[in-house]
Design a protein around this ligand. Structure first.
Ligand code: 8YV
Length: 320
């Protein structure tokens, strides 16, 4: 088994009982493509990160490969149809990260609305020298309209949190989620209607052919000038230059992003110059508890496939 990033040894005990495990030795930097191809060519299983491209080239060179366990709920880094054709089981880490990612999404929404990062910076820079009624005044969250694009597990968990803030909750999704509508009081809207009427537009949709570049100039122009846009799914759902224009020209009021088209971004990235943009380094599922559970689930996925058992989270043929 090859693990494509340095992760704590302690979480690998069960996997090490049944397999010879090697690991890329860097904690921060992705394994170079050449090394990944070399290791994959020898491996029965891979434990991969979003930054590893598992494509036809890699699959064709990896004759012994039976299982790829992604350390993420998303798997847009993997050519799923090709892997299925070659009999490779692809697995992800759903459920264990749902609440943690929903917490972060809500935190990002609140930080953007109430200008938390700006305010924290303000005090650290010694700018707090007095008081004015509008000093760092933000936007309310309670009783506002939230539009969630992508009503999967994390979408539902965000809706649950929003209900506690007395928000009016709209959603748009490929398919209607009637049970969630009943349980959480959600209203289904077309994408355009949702954009037109929401005070907060939160994207939690996976990156697919359909969602790529979904938030373009037209989308941002359709949103209210007072609206805030939050993205905690994948950078690729947004045309970043369009968001840049939307913030520059005041088509929307602000944005909070946990994800970017190319990660990591550099401090000179054009979006970072906007004071009304809160940027986070893709930390949606990054709590210690959840990261340990993700690694354990990824290992269990591999263990089961190697032992001829059904893995707890295979994605082949299923939605994210
Ligand atoms: C990643 C994520 O797992 O689960 C996903 O799809 O985007 C994150 O939780 C994390 O960045 C590690 O790859």
């Amino acid at each position: 088994i090859f693990i494509t990033r340095k992760i704590p040894e302690a979480t690998l005990d069960e996997l090490q009982k049944i397999a010879y495990v090697t690991m890329w030795e860097d904690e921060m930097k992705p394994v170079p493509r050449k090394r990944l191809l070399k290791e994959a060519a020898k491996a029965t299983g891979l434990l991969t990160m979003l930054s590893d491209k598992i494509d036809a080239e890699l699959i064709d060179q990896s004759r012994n490969l039976k299982v790829v366990a992604n350390l993420a709920v998303g798997y847009d880094n993997i050519d799923i149809p090709y892997a299925a054709k070659k009999g490779i089981t692809i697995c992800n880490t759903p459920d264990v990260l749902t609440d943690t990612t929903a917490d972060l999404t809500f935190a990002l929404m609140m930080a953007t609305a109430r200008r938390i990062t700006e305010a924290a910076q303000y005090i650290k820079e010694g700018k707090w020298t007095g008081w004015s009624p509008l000093l760092l005044a933000g936007t309310d969250i309670h009783h506002k309209t939230l539009g969630i694009v992508g009503m999967g597990r994390i979408g539902e968990a965000v809706a649950k949190r929003a209900a506690g803030f007395d928000m009016n909750i709209l959603y748009h999704n490929r398919s209607r989620k009637e049970e969630a509508e009943r349980k959480l009081g959600l209203s289904y809207r077309s994408f355009e209607d949702l954009l037109k009427t929401s005070d907060y537009v939160v994207c939690l949709a996976p990156l697919t052919e359909e969602t790529k570049d979904l938030f373009d100039e037209k989308s941002f122009q359709t949103m209210k000038a007072s609206a805030l846009f939050i993205n905690a799914s994948r950078g690729g759902v947004v045309v970043e230059k369009a968001l840049d224009r939307a913030l520059t020209e005041g088509w929307i009021k602000g944005a909070g992003l946990d994800v970017f088209v190319e990660e990591p971004i550099q401090p000179d990235h054009f979006l970072l110059r906007h004071a009304n943009l809160v940027a986070l380094p893709h930390i949606g599922s990054a709590s210690l508890e959840t990261r340990i559970q993700m690694v354990r689930l990824a290992c269990k996925n591999i263990e089961n496939v190697l032992q001829g058992l059904t893995p707890p989270a295979a994605v082949n043929g299923k939605d994210a």
